[in-house]
Every structure is written in C-alpha cells, then in structure tokens.
Design a protein around this ligand. Structure first.
Ligand code: KG4
Ligand code: ZN
Length: 337
C-alpha cells in the first residue's frame, strides 16, 4: 500500500508555505511570501503578515496539489505549525488545517515550528541519527537543540539567544549600513568583498552555556560606524559586513560544536534562514570536519520557512503512529518545545 500523503501548512511568520510529503519524499512545495510588503518597515508587521496569509492560503494549497498532480482527496493527513510564531499568522494556518482535516475526514497534526525546521533535513539527507544537535538560526529564533526521535519525542532546548535572533541582528546591521530588508543576503554579498579585520565582540563565547547574545554586537557595529561618520571618514561597508558576519559565524559554530561534544553527538543539523549564510556554512564545515562531526544543512530553499518542513515532520509522526491532535488544537505564539 502507498505510504500516507501528508499536507503541511506553515504560517508562523511572513511565509505561507504548503508542502506535500509521502514517505520521506517531497512531492511539492508551494510558497507565497509577504516579505516585500514588510520591507519598508524594516521588519515583519504582524497584521500585514496575517492578512497576506489569509489571501494566499487557499491558492497556495491548490498550487501545491496542482504541482504534485494530486487532488485534495489524496491527502491522508494534515500537519500544521501550531507555534511558536506570530499569533494572528499562526491562526490562519491552524484554521485552514482544521478545515481541510475536517472536510477530508483525515487526522490533524499540530507541530512545533523548530522541530519542523530540523525535520526538513530528512527530505534531503534521509533519517536523522539520534540524538543529533540542531542549530536553528533565523529572523525569529536562534537556538541549539538536542534532537532525540523526531517523530515521538520532544526536542530539548540546550540554549537560545537571550536578546536578538541572529537574523534579526543581520537585519538591524543591514539597516544601519543602508542595505535593504531582509539584511542577510546583502551583508553576505558585501562581506565577500571585505576583510573581517574589525574586532567586534563575541558575546557569551566560552561562557560554558549554549546561549547566544547578539544585541551587544549590533550596538558595537553601530558605534563603530557612527564614530567613522562623525570623524568624516568613509565607512568601509564591506569590511564592516565581513567583520560582523565573522563574529556571528564564529560564536554560532563554536557553540554548536561544543554542544555536540558535551552531549557526545556526532551529527549537527543547521537550519533557519541564516543557514543560507556563506560564512556560517564554510566555518561550520571546517569546524565540524576538525571535530569529526557530520554536518547536515538542507538546501537554502528548505532552510527558510516553508510548508515542506511541516509536511516532513507530520509524515514522520503519521508513520510512527503518533496520536493526532484534537480539532480544537490551539495556535500558540509561545508554544514550548
Ligand atoms: O527562516 P527565515 O526565512 O524566517 C524566519 O525568520 O523565521 O529567516 C529569515 C532571516 C532574515 O533575518 C534574513 O536576514 C536571514 O534569515 N538570512 C540570512 C541570509 N539569508 C537570509 N542571514 C545571513 N546570511 C544570509 N545569506
Ligand atoms: Zn523559522
């Protein structure tokens, strides 16, 4: 018999994502994004995101089914991000998932956004050795997780940012350098032309925790740039970008490798939008190789928020026989791991 077809819905931030997964295979992944509507505000505006999800939800589901050449009645289960994320944005996805599950008479699985970011890697690299450590870095989160059996057990938080997320720091530094939102790609591009010689701080490095802090780094960059401007000197944008990027990649990879060592883990998964960063990928590869750790990073399109990740985790759950969620599943902006 064919393995169950799982429809996954993601709406926790500004991406309306719908994925279709059957037995570890990604059949379709459709995405609508409101990122352009947020650009002029320099960050995601919750009301705009929620409204955009509402408009994009049904067309994106139809697009995913179309691309896979499938019909709604082929769907065997519906998975949805039930949190954490923006409350109004989550509500749209959860309401849509409930409606589809109810109308089709199939089970509903609410999944945790961070666990889904980890699960998506199985679509590219196969089953995840357990336990694994995951480094998730995006505009909304920066976390180190200990990942047991993804289908059956909750992931455990080893540490997280105490202030800004890594992607948030990228966005804020880009803004002060006059670059567009989201700031990761333009900083990444500028850094290629620069040298990382400015000694920006590595907060919490070597403090024995697996927590991060990026707000001091952002302030240090702002002060450095400000001092240059006040002195009437040109700002070496490429060098600032490269130095900032080096500081972020340095602490993220050092702590990720330390977390693997501390827990005797030999597999590191990196995910989230910042996982697209070229320096983070290169430094992670270097340090994992030196430490004998297998590094797994999904392709950039699967690192950012998408529906495939939700379908991937839903699929693992369904095939493991995990009990579905009740139809009154709440959307929780602060959902715990
Ligand atoms: O996972 P994501 O698409 O959405 C959430 O925030 O959940 O991540 C978006 C974040 C943004 O802050 C963006 O600036 C950052 O990922 N980003 C990058 C790069 N591409 C995207 N940061 C650094 N380097 C990149 N190449
Ligand atoms: Zn995310």
């Amino acid at each position: 018999p064919a393995r169950p077809l799982v429809l996954g819905i993601e709406t926790s931030c500004d991406e309306t994502g719908v994925g279709l997964v059957r037995g570890g295979e990604l059949l379709a992944d459709a995405l609508a994004s409101s990122v352009d509507e947020h650009a002029r505000y320099g960050g995601v505006v919750p009301e705009i995101a929620a409204r955009a999800h509402l408009e994009a939800m049904v067309p994106t589901i139809e697009l995913a089914l179309d691309r896979a050449g499938l019909h709604p009645r082929d769907v065997d289960a519906v998975a949805v991000t039930s949190g954490p994320g923006l409350a109004g944005a989550l509500l749209v996805g959860v309401a849509a998932a409930k409606a589809y599950a109810l109308a089709l008479g199939v089970p509903l699985h609410g999944v945790h956004h961070l666990a889904a970011h980890v699960a998506v890697d199985t679509l590219e690299h196969g089953p995840l050795p357990r336990p694994a450590v995951a480094l998730l870095v995006s505009g909304g989160h920066s976390s180190l997780l200990l990942v047991p059996d993804l289908a059956a057990e909750p992931v455990e938080s080893l540490g997280a940012t105490v202030d800004d997320a890594a992607g948030e720091a990228y966005d804020k530094v880009a803004r002060l350098l006059g670059m567009p939102f989201p700031g990761g790609p333009p900083i990444d591009a500028a850094a290629r032309e620069g040298s990382p010689h400015i000694p920006f701080p590595r907060a919490k490095a070597g403090d024995g925790t697996f927590d991060f802090s990026f707000s001091g780094l952002k302030t240090a960059v702002a002060r450095w740039v400000e001092a240059r401007r006040r002195a009437g000197e040109p700002v070496p944008v490429a060098d600032v970008a490269a130095s900032f990027q080096e500081a972020v990649a340095d602490v993220l990879t050092a702590k990720a490798v330390a977390a693997c060592r501390a827990h005797g883990v030999d597999t590191l998964v990196v995910g989230g939008g910042v996982a697209a960063n070229s320096r983070l990928r290169a430094l992670a590869a270097l340090r994992c190789e030196a430490a004998g750790i297998t590094l797994r990073i999904p392709r950039p399109g699967l690192c950012t928020d998408n529906g495939a990740m939700v379908a991937a985790l839903g699929s693992l759950r369904v095939e493991a026989g995990v009990e579905p969620s009740p139809l009154d599943l709440p959307a929780s902006s602060t959902l715990a791991l």
